[in-house]
Design a protein around this ligand. Structure first.
Ligand SMILES: *Cc1c(COP(=O)(O)O)cnc(C)c1O
Length: 381
């Protein structure tokens, strides 16, 4: 079955009792039992709900995995992974520009329980060897990363991590299963913030983990119930509704991103352009090898004063100035004053995040409208 068919039909079968083409929202906290302890698979919604099961089917199939567990958010999913897999004294290696929320979860929450995270450039074989020699229990990274859109070679990292007995977790939020399937390249678990492209409409917060490991699946289900990381049935229903258009949305996101990259590349006011589809991108070859397309995120360092740049990105007609990404609407983010404020300026610059860096989540609006916004913005400053 092809991807555009799977997103619509897997885990989305018509209701058996009524024939309703769309599975209903099971807004229920509990379930009637026939006799004490005799029930139809569900006993309490913190532990399970048919809307969770439907979405789990869909996500497992899309990632080519056996199992999925859905959670209240991407960070809820990460919390479940940490509490399921790690214990006091364990060591974790993360890619050096790990998603800020994931970093803070380790640093501000789990550090005091004795779980230590260290960041390393996983693309640098030497840095990787030094980090992995400390015997991490888990290696976690995104590809592409945020906001510099670095690509991590999943197969290479997984091989080295497995040689040290570490579990490999890939956050596939940016690429989505339409463009990348980390399990096939050696990842042990795939993490998603379904808030982003999978939901796709900026109207819900959700997360998921997909794995082929049955023991891990049981631990994740347990963590959801025991820690209270469950999503709401309605939120799952919204994600199930949103994911159906993932294939067509991703095609338009990529078409628009490519057009914007062309418009930006033509401007002398652009200092550096980051898009994995560009032949000049540092990891273009890895991206071309492991992905089926280059996604809808574009980052730019402008050769403008900070003031002129801020005025330009505040004045767009179609792009909204907002955090988050992956929705149908185009968004623009200034990491130094929005998503990455918690990192001191000197640290940010060391990480390659100058104040002039701007991050676009290119939506699925009309291509010409978006290009016009970018071109007019540049002309006005
Ligand atoms: C947003 C995001 C998360 C966290 O997800 P929430 O749903 O906001 O909790 C994790 N990883 C990446 C790459 C993200 O973009």
């Amino acid at each position: 079955m092809q991807f555009p068919t799977k997103v619509i039909h897997q885990g989305q079968e018509p209701d058996k009792e009524t024939g309703a083409i769309i599975p209903p929202v099971y807004l229920t906290s509990t379930y009637a039992q026939e006799a004490p302890g005799v029930f139809k698979g569900y006993d309490y919604t913190r532990a399970g709900n048919p809307n969770f099961t439907n979405l789990e089917r869909t996500l497992a199939v899309l990632e080519g995995g056996e199992h999925a567990t859905v959670f209240s958010s991407g960070l809820g999913a990460t919390t479940a992974l940490i509490t399921s897999v790690l214990k006091q004294g364990d060591f974790v290696v993360g890619m050096n520009d790990l998603y800020g929320g994931t970093f803070w979860l380790f640093d501000a929450v789990f550090k005091k329980y004795g779980v230590r995270l260290e960041l390393a450039d996983l693309n640098d074989a030497d840095a990787r060897a030094v980090a992995f020699a400390q015997k991490p229990k888990m290696v976690v990274f995104e590809t592409p990363t945020n906001p510099l859109l670095r690509i991590v070679d999943i197969a290479a990292v997984a091989k080295d991590a497995h040689a040290q007995g570490a579990m490999v977790v890939v956050d596939n939020t940016f690429a989505t299963p339409y463009l990348l399937n980390p399990l096939a390249l050696g990842a042990d678990a795939v993490l998603h913030s379904t808030t982003k492209y999978i939901g796709g409409h900026s109207d819900v917060i959700g997360g998921a983990v997909v794995t082929n490991n049955t023991v891990l699946k049981e631990k994740l289900d347990f963590a959801r119930m025991a820690v209270g990381l469950n999503p709401s049935p309605f939120d799952c229903w919204l994600v199930s509704r949103g994911v159906k258009t993932l294939a067509v949305r991703m095609e338009q996101h990529m078409k628009n991103a490519a057009a914007i990259v062309d418009a930006l590349a033509a401007s002398p006011k652009v200092k550096k352009l980051y898009y994995p589809g560009l032949a000049t991108h540092a990891y273009h070859d890895v991206a071309a090898e492991q992905m089926r397309g280059f996604g809808g995120m574009v980052s730019v360092e402008f050769d403008l004063s900070l003031e002129a740049m801020k005025k330009m990105i505040s004045g767009y007609k179609v792009f909204s100035l907002a955090e988050s990404l992956g929705g149908v609407e185009s968004l623009v983010d200034h990491p130094a004053s929005m998503t990455h404020t918690s990192i001191p300026k000197a640290e940010r610059e060391k990480m390659g995040l100058p104040d002039g860096l701007v991050h676009y989540s290119v939506g699925i609006e009309g291509t010409e409208d978006l290009v016009e916004d970018i071109v007019e913005g540049l002309a006005g400053c």
